[in-house]
Design a protein around this ligand. Structure first.
Ligand SMILES: [Zn+2]
Length: 177
């Protein structure tokens, strides 16, 4: 297992539609190593999520894990919003370092896909987990959180965000993936 470099905004992988992983490749060493490396890379960067395009692999894979949110590996996902209304909260991105912005997201989503064994996943995520999933799913479609912001005036550097905007929120509880 090893930590891979995280590509930043401007790298074409972040603006490319990721390819589905052929099901019979999931158990193979290449995908298994990629998943292990993505988990290592996410932990090393203190993120709560990471999508394969962020390590320059244009494949439909993301991983996440946070405080009170168990580790998940999701391959070839499909998302269905469970509510029409949107909730705004702060997000950051490992590929857009040091910035935070308010992003509208669905408060609950249904996720269908495959796990790292190639077995089917079908579950609901709420709150922070739903936000992380939508952030990572966007990465598979060449979308970053800046594209989702309704008001770019909420964009802030991390230090200024903590000083003026966080309102005591624990930065570790912010969706950064
Ligand atoms: Zn991101």
């Amino acid at each position: 297992m090893s930590v891979r470099p995280i590509v930043r905004l401007g790298h074409p992988s972040l603006r490319t539609i990721a390819r589905a992983v052929p099901v019979d490749h999931i158990a193979g060493p290449e995908i298994q190593r990629l998943v292990d490396d993505m988990l290592d890379t996410m932990h090393d960067a203190h993120g709560v999520g990471l999508a394969a395009p962020q390590v320059a692999e244009e494949l439909q894979i993301f991983v996440y894990e946070g405080q009170g949110i168990p580790q998940r590996v999701v391959i070839n996902p499909m998302l269905r919003p469970q509510e029409r209304e949107l909730a705004h909260d702060w997000e950051g991105c490992l590929s857009i370092p040091d910035l935070r912005g308010l992003v509208p997201r669905h408060p609950a989503v249904r996720i269908q896909g495959l796990d790292r064994e190639g077995l089917p996943l079908d579950y609901l995520a709420h709150g922070l987990e739903a936000r992380i999933v939508q952030h990572e799913f966007d990465h598979l479609n060449g979308v970053v959180f800046l594209d989702r912001m309704r008001d770019l005036r909420t964009l802030s550097y991390l230090d200024e965000w903590q000083e003026f905007l966080a309102g005591g929120e624990d930065p570790d509880d912010t969706a950064v993936g």
